[in-house]
Design a protein around this ligand. Structure first.
Ligand code: 13P
Ligand code: SF4
Length: 298
C-alpha cells in the first residue's frame, strides 16, 4: 500500500511530514502533524528530522525553510502556490515604505521571503490579533490581506493601512451565503476565518484561524456549526467531534492550490526529495528576523 511505502521511506530518511488542515484527508492522515500555519511553523522550527515534507502551498514550505535553514525542505507539488502571496512584491513594498516611513509593517505569513525581509514582524491568523494589539498606539501597514487587516482595524479602531490583497477563496463569501445557510440551519453557530469580508465576519459567532475554529467547535456544547473556511477543515472537525454536525458555508470554499497535493505526490517527493525549497542567504536572514519576532511575541 502507498501509505506503507511512505512510512518506510520516512523512517529511512528521518523525514517528518507536515500537512495543513486544507489538505486532502488522505494526505492529512499520513502526516506526522496536521495544523494551521502557526502550529506547522512552530514544528518546523523545532523538529530534529533531517527532511521536512511540507504538504501545503509554497509560502508555507518557504517559511519552514527560513525557520530551519539547515534542514532540507521539500514541497511535493511545485505548482502549489497561494495567489494572495503573489499580490504584493518587494518593489511595491519598498516604494510604500519610502513614502510612509512611520508605519510599522505587519506581514501575514501568506507572503514570500523577500517581502517578509522588508517587514517588522510576521503574523498568522492565530496570532495577528495579539501581535497587532501590541502596536495599538502606532500607525501600521498590514500586508497583504485586506480582510484580516480591515477586520482588526474595525474591531479595535486602529490606524492600520491595509494592502489590497485577498484570499481568492474566503474573499468570495457573501452575506447571502450566510443568510441562506442560516435559514436552513437556524440553530447552528457561525464560525468564520478572518480572511473573509468584513460584512460576513460581522455576522459570525466566532472569528478565528483554522485551528481556532477547530478548537472552538470541539470545546463548544453546541451541536451544529456553519463553517466559513476551506473545506479540508471538515475532516479534523468530524474526526474530533463525531456527534456534531458541520455545514460548509459555501461550495466555493475549496482552495485548488491546497488540493493539488495527492498522496502519490507525497510518495514521489520522498523518493526523489523534490521539490527542494531554497532561499538566498541574505533574504533568509531578513525574513527570519521578522518570523523570529513573531515566534517571540505569539
Ligand atoms: P491559517 O493561518 O488559519 O492556517 O490560514 C492559512 C491560510 O492560508 C488560510 O487561507
Ligand atoms: Fe492562499 Fe486562500 Fe488558498 Fe489560503 S485558502 S492558501 S490564503 S488561496
Amino acid at each position: 500500500m502507498i501509505q506503507d511505502e511512505i512510512l518506510k521511506l520516512k523512517k529511512e530518511k528521518n523525514a517528518v511530514i507536515l500537512a495543513h488542515y486544507y489538505q486532502d484527508k488522505e494526505v492529512q492522515d499520513i502526516a506526522d502533524y496536521v495544523g494551521d500555519s502557526l502550529a506547522l511553523s512552530k514544528i518546523a522550527a523545532t523538529t530534529d528530522a533531517d527532511l521536512i515534507v511540507f504538504c501545503g502551498v509554497n509560502f508555507m514550505a518557504e517559511t519552514a525553510k527560513i525557520l530551519s535553514p539547515e534542514k532540507k525542505v521539500i514541497l511535493p507539488v511545485k505548482e502549489a502556490l497561494c495567489p494572495m502571496a503573489m499580490m504584493i512584491t518587494k518593489k511595491k513594498l519598498k516604494r510604500y515604505k519610502e513614502a510612509n516611513p512611520d508605519r510599522v509593517v505587519i506581514c501575514y505569513v501568506n507572503s514570500y521571503a523577500d517581502v517578509k525581509a522588508l517587514s517588522d514582524v510576521c503574523v498568522t491568523s492565530s496570532n495577528a490579533e495579539k501581535i497587532i494589539m501590541s502596536y495599538k498606539d502606532r500607525k501600521m501597514l498590514y500586508i497583504p490581506d485586506k480582510n484580516l487587516g480591515t477586520y482588526l482595524a474595525d474591531k479595535y479602531n486602529l490606524d492600520i493601512d491595509v494592502w489590497p490583497g485577498f484570499c481568492c477563496i474566503h474573499n468570495n463569501l457573501t452575506v447571502d451565503d450566510v443568510l441562506a445557510l442560516k435559514e436552513q440551519h437556524p440553530s447552528a453557530l457561525l464560525l468564520i476565518h478572518p480572511e473573509s469580508p468584513l460584512a460576513v465576519l460581522k455576522m459570525a459567532d466566532y472569528v478565528g484561524s483554522t485551528k481556532g475554529i477547530l478548537d472552538y467547535a470541539t470545546a463548544s456544547e453546541h451541536e451544529e456549526f456553519i463553517i466559513g473556511t476551506e473545506d479540508g477543515i471538515l475532516h479534523p472537525l468530524q474526526k474530533n467531534n463525531p456527534n456534531k454536525k458541520f455545514y460548509i458555508l459555501s461550495s466555493g470554499l475549496r482552495c485548488y492550490d491546497m488540493k493539488l497535493t495527492k498522496i502519490e505526490d507525497v510518495l514521489y517527493a520522498l523518493q526523489n526529495e523534490t521539490y527542494e525549497i531554497t532561499v538566498d542567504p541574505k533574504t533568509l536572514e531578513g525574513a527570519k528576523k521578522a518570523l523570529d519576532k513573531m515566534m517571540e511575541m505569539s
